[in-house]
Design a protein around this ligand. Structure first.
Ligand code: DOR
Ligand code: ZN
Ligand code: ZN
Length: 424
């Protein structure tokens, strides 16, 4: 048994925010009270001065396993998650081969389970090979443990295919996560189209590249009545469309990344490829719209789009480097700044990393530190300061856009199913 004493628990699922003791037996939380006497033989953890958060849930990561293990694998990706306080990560199917089969889904689920540092819930692809031509065997993938479907990295260009995918997935209430990107407008672009694309001479991707896709998929949600989840929303216009869709009662949800909340396109002036991702860092106006969208609930969850790329991949001319940045380790330390700036409460921020993504997944059993629930949680020292540098990462790749940043807030312990999986 494990007794965590006198930590400040912030648990948005039950609107609890108070100092308490938490007793864990095996993998389950068995008691939460102002004070609990330590049972004989229990391990006691002194959490005075620390905050306790439910294990975070990341709706969007790339673990690169199978096939691209030189960038990341399920073990190092799980380590990065554990360090960041994440207990559940949903991994995208753009592996080698693509996760469009029972075999790959089973491989991912089993490898993650055997390692046991976090829960890995894989997305199957919507189309075979993510080629946009033929649908995957969705029922089979779900049976093997897929949480939903996405062709992330690519737009599903054929609206009829997306429509059918939505109709099928609704039979199991499975999530369809849409990476929206018009296939023609902005094609070949590497940065946001605007002042800085002109200044740097880098080819631009206009905001409508994203919002055209958002508009289409909102219409598909309207037509089918089925749920669409929008990945990594980055533009003011997309957010306006999602806000309107929600107001008219359409079943849409959305996520936003820490980098779109904290950085704008001025970062690309350095030509540093660690600022290259898709969708790109956008204008300051877009960034502020992302914050406003998170605050008013238009954007439900914070997801990292953790996209590891090896140094050799990223050390190229800007045009030729791959899109993507890592984000698991830095997610909370970076976004805590929204709380420090007084823009949102700690409870609201933690909700965007726990109860809200849990609801999108239909997994109300996760992201909730309550009696009877699984003991996924982390202990944070919210006054400790760190500088994000290469030593900060557990991930195999270090392609972070937050390197050099000072952050206040340090994870000191992650428990996954009652077991310590990260300690500092
Ligand atoms: O930045 C990105 N990286 N955007 C994507 O759509 C794909 C991802 C990756 O797999 O690296
Ligand atoms: Zn994407
Ligand atoms: Zn992605």
């Amino acid at each position: 048994m494990l007794l965590i004493q006198q930590g400040h628990l912030v648990n948005p699922a039950t609107k609890r925010s108070e100092v308490c003791d938490i007793l864990i037996d095996g993998d389950t939380i068995t008691s939460i009270a102002p004070s609990i006497e330590a049972p004989a033989g229990a391990t006691v953890i002194d959490a005075r001065g620390k905050h306790i958060f439910p294990g975070f849930i990341d709706l969007h990561v790339h673990l690169r396993d199978p096939g691209l293990e030189y960038k990341e694998d399920i073990h190092t990706g799980s380590d990065a998650a554990a360090k960041g306080g994440f207990s559940t990560v949903c991994c995208m199917p753009n592996t080698l081969p693509v996760n469009d089969s029972k075999t790959v889904t089973t491989y991912i689920v089993n490898k993650a389970k055997a390692y046991g540092k976090c829960r890995v819930l894989p997305y199957g692809s919507i189309s075979k090979g993510m080629k946009g031509e033929v649908l995957t065997p969705m029922a089979e993938l779900l049976e093997a443990g897929a949480i939903g479907f996405s062709d992330d990295g690519k737009n599903v260009d054929n609206a009829e295919m997306m429509k059918i995918a939505l109709e099928y997935s609704s039979m199991w209430n499975a999530l369809i996560a849409a990476h929206t990107e018009d296939p023609h407008i902005g094609k070949g672009g590497v940065v946001h189209e605007g002042f800085y694309s002109s200044k740097t001479g880098l080819k631009g991707i206009p905001d409508i590249t994203e919002s055209l896709g958002v508009a289409r998929d909102i219409e598909l949600a309207y037509y089918t009545g089925n749920r669409v989840h929008f990945c990594h929303v980055s533009s003011k216009r997309s957010i306006e469309l999602i806000r309107q869709a929600k107001a008219s009662g359409l079943p849409v949800t959305a996520e936003v990344t820490p980098h779109h909340l904290f950085l704008n396109d001025s970062a690309i002036e350095t030509y540093d490829t660690n600022f290259k991702m898709n969708p790109p860092l956008r204008s300051e106006e877009d960034r502020l719209a992302c914050i406003a969208g998170l605050l008013d609930g238009t954007l439900d969850a914070i997801a990292t789009d953790h996209a590891p790329h090896a140094i050799g991949d990223k050390e190229k001319e800007f045009d030729n480097a791959p899109f993507g940045v890592i984000g698991l380790e830095t997610a909370l330390p970076v976004t805590l700044d929204l709380v420090h700036q007084g823009k949102m409460t700690l409870e609201e921020l933690i909700a965007a990393l726990t109860v809200k993504p849990a609801a999108i997944l239909g997994r109300s059993d996760l992201g909730d530190v309550s009696v009877g629930r699984i003991a996924d949680l982390s202990l944070w020292d919210l006054s400790a300061t760190d500088t994000i540098d290469d030593s900060y990462f557990a991930s195999k790749s270090h392609n972070s856009c937050f390197k050099g940043r000072q952050v206040v807030g340090r994870n000191t312990l992650t428990l996954f199913g009652g077991k310590p999986v990260y300690e500092r």
